[in-house]
Design a protein around this ligand. Structure first.
Ligand code: ATP
Length: 754
């Protein structure tokens, strides 16, 4: 929609206030605009009061970035109100210049609840955990927090040119839905939308000197209004003067502090990373727009990278009682389409795709224990980063830099399993998108510029493909997009901070940045769960010793039981011989001695003594018949004994093997006598007396020397408790085969010889 035009707008510089004033020949129109602006403000206020029945004016007035209020309490409110005043002056100015039909705009805002505070803890490490804090292990839903309850009614996602759209029902519904969607989005559910923030940097000295004007206005800390100024002398373009509204998750004016930017955009990502989720923050914008300032900052004004790391270590420290956290760090740059390790520079790295996603093979991962250590590494990395002065920026980053922080949390649960979760935070400072003339025409700079633009073009193609839901996303078109694959389309919570200059001299760059930022809003990253892994740990040494003792005791009991049975058998045999002329009373007294078998029969119908428990009928029979019967019984008993013997032998052997295995794990070798017994083939399962060990069917296998002393076997090595026969060469320590020594004659070990 074309905006109303003015025939002439002249800006003069007030020497005292350095403020722009307008001399517009259409004075009446100006007055009209002023009135309309006032009306708009009034309407906004009244809607606010309607939706917020009992607002504390000072507390809620500027709470789109509530961290500001919470950060410095009343002080910050004051500061904020001052800045608001200032910005309203600028706003009015811009409004006048824009000549926008803003009277058609009705805006209603319900102010969001307060977010957890970012409190300055001390001068050095000044970030304290938000929300959860301490052991508050809540799972944080990654949403745009300040938007809870916000009813931003007039903001259409795709805004028409030339003024704010009227508040249409459809637009409202859409926006409310979008807002609530943002609020309810939880990690691990449906994937989250990329959150997009815009930050305007202050005008630079150069821009001021060149007499540039601000073409960007932040409205309600969410919307950015971009105005294209007409050249007073360009009469052909006068009618094409236009402006455009963009809406983002939050917009930061030039007065915003680093802490404010961090707490609004990134602090929740840090919390999520501690919960085992992935997060990415990247700064995008034209050269000199303030990306490096936002990401790295200065010593006095540390940026997102520094604040995130401080915050992370603070949170880790607070939770250290709760498990073990390990922080690993890597820092790389993409320069002229080559990937370099900034922490240990060397040959270019090759990108590979594996289960974890795209990884730079050979990238150094430093284990960091403190913020100071990270700061040192960061400084070291930045010294290695390629920066060159260009016409647009004294210290222009000529490469894309990616700082990756991996946080691994390990804890042992009640079942002795190790639960570990790994979260990865990627902080990305992109090189500036630029036009050739904005930088330099010299060969190297232009080559760098071409590569930067190429990768940023590839980035925009990926954004387009993702927004349009295309199946193929051209990540492979550049190294940058390969590295950003996870952040854009993977299981990740992503934040984009679009940096812009306020100057009308950079209008085209700003428009371009805002266009892509606006598009990026529509990208949804993949749904995913936290990277939690549960590892079963081997039992501890004390547990092993306990088990060994238990097994030895059980083995001893089994041997005793076997001996008793043998004794009984012998007694029965002896007595049966003596019973050549038995009296029924003696026989019955003898035969009542092995009652176990009878009892067994009662319990188990398929006992090995099926019909031979003595019945009173046996007494009625004659002595010859009784002797015959007795002989049969003895035969059966013998068979039963034999079977039991075998059973026990097997069980003992099994225990022996188990004991030997455990002993070998401990480093001591125990060779039991039972091991040397010949193996016999028995089918079916056997139970130990305690019922704890279930013996599988024994395979008919010839025992070799090496089966007895497994630890010395050259062909059987133990790998992670499992025996394999194919790792002899790979595991020299496990089985230093004596057989391989020249001239060695095979000798039986001591235990075997005995
Ligand atoms: N929010 C801000 N407040 C104060 N100064 C800022 C801010 N943003 C940027 N600047 C200043 O603007 C200049 C350019 O910023 P910076 O180097 O961060 O730009 P850039 O986007 O990283 O550029 P390039 O892409 O060329 O590296 C720096 O001198 C920086 O200190």
């Amino acid at each position: 929609m074309p905006v109303s035009t003015r025939s002439q707008v002249t800006v003069i510089q007030d020497q005292e206030n350095s403020r722009h004033q307008l001399r517009n020949p259409h004075h009446g129109l100006k007055e009209k605009m002023k009135a309309l602006t006032q009306l708009y403000e009034q309407q906004k206020q009244s809607s606010n009061s309607l939706r917020n029945p009992s607002p504390k004016p000072d507390q809620n007035r500027f709470s789109t970035h509530p961290s500001v209020d919470l950060l410095s309490g009343a002080g910050s409110c004051k500061q904020e109100s001052e800045s608001k005043k200032k910005s309203s002056v600028v706003d009015n100015q811009v409004m006048r210049e824009n000549s926008m039909p803003i009277s058609t705009v009705t805006k209603t805002f319900i102010l969001p609840p307060q977010r957890p505070a970012v409190v300055a803890e001390d001068a050095k490490e000044n970030i304290v955990g938000f929300g959860g804090g301490g052991n508050g292990e809540k799972i944080v839903g990654f949403t745009c927090p300040p938007r809870k309850g916000v009813l931003c009614t007039n903001v259409a996602r795709k805004l028409s040119m030339g003024g704010a759209a009227a508040c249409e029902g459809e637009g409202i519904a859409k926006n409310v839905a979008e807002e609530s969607e943002g609020v309810t989005l939880k990690l691990g559910n449906a994937g989250s939308r990329i959150l997009v923030f815009v930050r305007v940097r202050p005008s630079s000295k150069k821009e001021k000197e060149a007499g540039s004007r601000s073409c960007v206005r932040i409205v309600n800390q969410k919307e950015v209004y971009l105005t294209e100024f007409a050249n007073e002398n360009d009469y052909l373009r006068l009618k094409r003067l236009r402006g455009r509204h963009f809406t983002f998750d939050a917009s930061f004016p030039d007065s915003s502090s680093q802490l404010e930017v961090y707490s609004t955009s990134t602090s929740e990502l840090v919390e999520a990373v501690l919960q085992g989720r992935n997060g990415s923050v990247f700064c995008y914008g034209a050269t000199g727009a303030g990306k490096t300032f936002t990401m790295l900052g200065t010593v006095e004004n540390p940026g997102v990278m520094v604040l995130a790391i401080k915050d992370l270590f603070n949170k880790v420290r607070k939770r250290s009682f709760d498990g073990n956290h390990a922080v690993h760090l890597s820092y790389l740059e993409v320069y002229n389409e080559t990937v370099r390790d900034l922490l240990s520079p060397g040959r270019p790295l090759i990108l590979r795709e594996d289960k974890q996603g795209i990884v730079a093979a050979g990238l150094t991962q430093y284990r960091a224990y403190s913020t100071d250590e990270v700061m040192m590494l960061l400084q070291q990395g930045n010294r290695n980063r390629t920066t060159e002065p260009t016409r647009a920026n004294e210290t222009s980053s000529r490469s894309h830099a990616i700082l990756q922080v991996m946080v691994e949390y390990r804890v042992t649960d009640e079942r002795n399993n190790i639960v570990s979760r790994i979260g990865k935070l990627s902080l990305i400072d992109l090189a500036g998108s630029e036009r050739a003339h904005a930088t330099d025409q010299r060969t190297l700079r232009s080559l760098e510029g071409a590569n930067i633009n190429r990768s940023l073009l590839a980035l925009s193609s990926c954004i387009n493909a993702l927004v349009e839901g295309k199946k193929h996303v051209p990540y492979r078109n550049s190294k940058l997009t390969q590295l950003l694959k996870d952040s854009l389309g993977g299981p990740c919570n992503t934040v984009m901070i679009a940096n812009i200059s306020p100057s009308n001299l950079s209008f085209a760059e700003t428009q371009n940045t805002l266009h892509w930022a606006d598009r990026a809003k529509e990208i949804r990253t993949k749904a995913y769960e936290a990277n939690v892994e549960i590892t079963k740990v081997p039992i501890s040494e004390t547990d092993q010793t306990k088990l060994l003792l238990e097994l030895q005791k059980e083995n001893h009991d089994l041997r005793a039981q076997l001996a008793r049975q043998q004794q009984k058998l012998l007694t029965v045999q002896a007595q049966s011989l003596a019973a050549a002329s038995p009296t029924p009373s003696t026989i019955s007294s003898i035969l009542t001695t092995p009652p176990t078998s009878c009892r067994q029969k009662e319990r188990k119908p398929k006992s090995f003594l099926p019909r031979n428990c003595f019945t009173p009928d046996s007494k009625k029979k004659g002595p010859e018949e009784t002797v015959k019967e007795l002989k049969q019984t003895i035969k059966m008993l013998e068979a039963a004994m034999e079977k039991m013997k075998k059973d026990h032998g097997l069980q003992i052997k099994q225990k022996d093997e188990l004991i030997r295995e455990i002993s070998q794990k401990d480093g001591t070798r125990v060779v039991m006598k039972g091991n040397l017994r010949p193996r016999e083939t028995i089918t079916g399962e056997l139970k130990s007396p305690s019922g704890r060990f279930l013996s599988p069917a024994v395979r008919d296998k010839k025992r070799s020397f090496w089966d007895i002393t497994t630890a010395n076997s050259p062909s059987v090595v133990t790998l992670n408790g499992r025996k394999t026969r194919s790792h002899v060469v790979k595991e020299p320590a496990a089985a230093p085969s004596m057989l391989l020594q020249p001239g060695f004659t095979r000798q039986k070990p001591e235990s075997v010889r005995r």
